[in-house]
Design a protein around this ligand. Structure first.
Ligand code: ADP
Length: 192
């Protein structure tokens, strides 16, 4: 199986690139942000609880997102060549649980592709996205700052976790969408 983590700060382009990679390599896209937003839209109990946190830029609890990922892996495993994890893992416990979950299915992370984008560009992209997406967490500068702080404190250290495993590849996340896509593909193709 080809299991890829697409890693990067809010607004790095993980969603956009995940869709293209999913199509090319016939993978299943697992975005915890998308799954949580679907719960919010369906007004489930989980969705109601998650919305309050998401609107403030705070992470939803590890147990909840790990459970969601576990369910999706079990449901899709047989029909898939592998997964693209987008927005997950975001904390060390999530990364450790993901390794264990995949091991249970006799597979593992193939590589972590980290998109690198500076904070000024991220802020610019998120404010543009806020105008069209309707996402509350994209429309408020304080929430963006909070998400960046959460990323820097809790998520960014995971780069070391994957570096130690020899799985981290960094790719420049600024430029044309297709140019970035080609850079990601060339990292993946080295492994195939
Ligand atoms: P972005 O990548 O633009 O920050 P996402 O769509 O991935 O946004 O996530 C939006 C919000 O959903 C996060 O700010 C957080 O509240 C919640 N969320 C998404 N993924 C996770 C996760 N793996 N762990 C905890 N919370 C998450």
């Amino acid at each position: 199986m080809l299991n890829i983590i697409l890693f990067g700060p809010p607004g790095a382009g993980k969603g956009t690139q995940s869709v293209k990679l999913t199509e090319k390599y016939k993978l299943i896209h697992l975005s915890t942000g998308d799954i949580l937003r679907a719960e919010v839209a369906a007004q489930t109990e989980l969705g109601k609880e998650a919305k309050t946190l998401m609107d403030k830029g705070i992470l939803v609890s590890d147990d909840i997102v790990i459970g969601m990922i576990d369910t999706k892996i079990c449901k899709n495993e047989r029909s898939s060549n592998g997964f693209i994890f987008d927005g997950f893992p975001r904390t060390l416990p999530q990364a450790e649980s993901l390794d264990k979950l995949l091991e249970k299915h006799s597979t593992s992370i193939s590589m972590t592709l980290a998109l690198e984008v500076n904070e000024a560009e991220l802020f610019h992209r998120i404010s543009l996205r806020g105008k069209s997406s309707g996402r509350a967490d994209d429309q408020d500068e304080a929430t963006f700052r909070k998400r960046m702080a959460v990323y820097n404190n809790e998520t960014s250290p995971l780069k070391d976790y994957y570096k130690k495993q020899g799985k981290l590849r960094t790719v420049k996340g600024i430029g044309e969408i297709d140019e970035i896509f080609n850079a990601l593909c060339s990292e993946i193709d080295k492994k195939l």
